[in-house]
Design a binder for this molecule. Structure first.
Ligand SMILES: Cc1cc2nc3c(=O)[nH]c(=O)nc-3n(C[C@H](O)[C@H](O)[C@H](O)COP(=O)(O)OP(=O)(O)OC[C@H]3O[C@@H](n4cnc5c(N)ncnc54)[C@H](O)[C@@H]3O)c2cc1C
Length: 583
């Protein structure tokens, strides 16, 4: 990756860029990659870190969206299923099939309500019965029949359901199992997609912790929050890919008379990561996709050895700094108690929580679950000497490729250029040259890089085929263990040097899964901070400032305080003692 000073120097020498993409969530990165691949001079600016907004807050499902069928969004479901299947092929290191089971509590309801809703007589949520679910799943199977990457849906009667999932609510009448997919490292997939764009286009550049602003004389500047510099740029076209922030960004880019009004109506959603073995075992490796007592869909599935549970759906105007509030956490735990009544979760078993804003199109629907999930682009023309602004509205994570493609095609047309490269079958990052025999690939990696088979497998799980580069870097110099058995100093150094890491949370929350999986201890945090501070040549005061900023963020936004981190030091030392004794 080009260093930020080089990028800013380059802009000072030549401020003209074809396109400036504002917002480095998955959709901004996707359109950036598309345009970079076509050889455009494209600059992406992200005011926080890449994939730190909604793109870090998703339910981690890569799905067609079974429930969007009842809103009549067939086109979206079809497109999502195509993109889901493409991701299974193009990013197999992070996207995998997920057997999903829907417990059914009613036989008939849902279908009747669907008709009532279709006629516009009611917009209220209602219980989905077996017949409605059967209809939805048959459509799912029909839409994927040609590719047929995963098995078709299957129904189980009450007895068979409770035999397989004995902890399920005894009111369950039957269940339906179908296949969707999940993504293990969505934030890493974002950074790999970005790197693919940067590699593909010599004139493509990207900066996190940077904003584009319009200044008084009508020109545009890049404000770099790291070096605290301001650099003029002259874009021909701007893409507003700021998700839930779209209206706020337009407010800063466009004069009041040109502002398109409210395009966005975001809803906040929160999730918990729970460390409870009984809960994990109760899922039998399936996602449970169920309707809560209030008619809202909730989910839970095994995630990195823990269980991911969500979510809520609350309207918000400003996505900045949203967090999972105590009442949301209680709602999620109550919904869990409804579907698995025999399992008790203690608050200390909630090891991480996260929240984000769904970038939904503006809507007046009172039930947030019914707001359309589809995406589209709107170009706001400039009449005051500024440049046109293409706004990317809506969009699920699953459809980031097709949405990026749509925005790129609109942009190319406006700039009078044509598409040279397609992305439909283009592998992403460590999904390239994905082996059919994973075991043999890992054995070769271990032999070539001189690491153990276990370590090779761990790196493969984390980076796919890019594990070879990470392992190569790891053995190219003296390495030191870290206060976490799975990471070495050089692996983290690799990430710091190659993946645009500027702050501690970039590394602990997004380049790695240390925090989200509840594995981060205070000792590990301090060791990683030490490493980062040395690389960035921070003063003692800067280092202390970063430590306290990170701890505040972790406590306020993710529900993890310093005592919790410190307790994990003790858990680790106990584990080490036991290993030493048994060794
Ligand atoms: C609770 C929840 C659950 C979800 N579950 C799923 C799911 O399971 N599957 C699925 O497919 N989708 C899911 N989604 C939807 C999906 O996460 C989003 O649609 C997708 O991540 C949106 O990406 P984005 O790039 O448009 O927005 P974001 O990821 O929010 O990116 C916008 C970026 O713009 C930046 N920005 C804002 N203002 C500026 C500025 N002035 N200058 C520079 N940068 C700026 C922000 O910092 C942010 O990083 C879920 C969303 C939520 C919130």
């Amino acid at each position: 990756m080009m260093k930020r000073e080089e990028i800013l120097d380059g802009l000072r020498q030549s401020p003209k860029v074809d396109v400036c993409v504002i917002g480095g969530g998955i959709n901004g990165i996707s359109v950036f990659r598309e345009l970079a691949l076509q050889g455009l001079n494209v600059l992406l600016v992200e005011k926080h870190d890449y994939c730190s907004g909604a793109s870090a807050a998703l339910s981690r499902m890569v799905h067609g969206g079974l429930r969007y069928l009842e809103n009549g969004e067939f086109k979206l479901v079809q497109e999502s299923l195509v993109e889901r299947d493409r991701l299974l092929r193009n990013a197999p290191h992070y996207v995998a099939p997920l057997p999903t089971t829907v417990p059914v509590f009613d036989i008939f309801s849902g279908l009747g309500n669907g008709i009532v809703r279709f006629l516009g007589l009611s917009r209220r949520p209602s219980r989905r019965g077996a017949i409605a679910i059967k209809a939805g799943l048959s459509i799912y199977d029909f839409l994927t029949r040609k590719r047929a990457l995963m098995p078709r849906h299957q129904f189980r009667g009450r007895r068979a359901t409770l035999q397989k999932w004995p902890m399920l609510n005894p009111g369950t009448k039957s269940s339906a199992t179908y296949f969707d997919a999940w993504v293990s490292h969505p934030e890493r997939l974002g950074i790999e997609l970005l790197q693919d764009g940067l590699r593909a286009g010599p004139a493509a550049r990207a900066l996190n912790y940077a904003e584009m602003r319009r200044v008084e004389d009508g020109g545009y500047v890049i404000v770099d929050q790291v070096g605290r510099t301001v650099t003029s740029i002259e874009p021909r076209f701007v893409i507003n890919a700021t998700g839930g922030w779209i209206d706020i960004t337009n407010g800063a880019l466009l004069p009041p008379q040109l502002q398109p009004g409210s395009l966005m109506g975001g809803t906040k959603g929160s999730h918990l990561i729970i460390d409870n073995a009984a809960l994990r075992d109760a899922l039998a490796d399936h996602m449970i996709y169920y309707e809560n007592e209030d008619g809202r869909i909730c989910i839970l599935f095994p995630y990195l050895g823990k269980v991911l549970v969500g979510s809520t759906d609350i309207r918000v105007d400003d996505p900045e700094g949203v967090r999972c509030e105590a009442d949301e956490r209680d709602y999620i735990l109550q919904s869990l108690a409804f579907v698995l009544p025999g399992i008790t979760i203690r608050l200390e078993e909630v090891v991480f929580q996260f929240s984000g804003v769904r970038p939904l199109p503006a809507s007046t629907d009172s039930f947030t679950g019914r707001i359309p999930r589809d995406h589209f682009c709107t170009v706001v023309e400039s009449q005051d000497g500024g440049v046109p602004v293409l706004c990317m509205i809506g969009g699920k994570w699953t459809t980031f490729r097709s949405f990026g493609e749509l925005a790129a095609d609109t942009t190319l047309e406006r700039l009078g250029q044509s598409r040279r490269v397609e992305t439909t079958a283009r592998a992403i990052g460590g999904g390239r040259q994905f082996p059919s025999d994973i075991k043999a690939w890992i054995a070769r990696l271990a032999a070539e890089a001189g690491v153990s088979l276990e370590r090779g497998a761990e790196l493969f799980r984390r980076y796919g085929t890019d594990a070879a580069v990470v392992a190569g870097f790891g053995v190219a110099g003296p390495d030191t263990p870290m206060p976490h058995d799975g990471y070495s100093e050089r692996e983290l150094l690799f990430l710091i040097r190659n993946e645009a890491v500027e702050r501690l949370d970039d590394l602990l929350l997004r380049r790695t899964t240390l925090a989200v999986s509840g594995e981060l201890s205070l000792d590990m945090m301090d060791a990683v901070l030490e490493l980062l501070a040395a690389e960035k040549r921070w003063t003692a005061a800067q280092r202390a400032g970063e430590r306290s900023r990170f701890l505040t963020q972790l406590r306020e936004r993710h529900g993890v305080d310093e005592d919790r981190l410190s307790a994990r030091n003790e858990q680790r030392s106990k584990k080490c003692d036991t290993t030493a004794k048994s060794g």
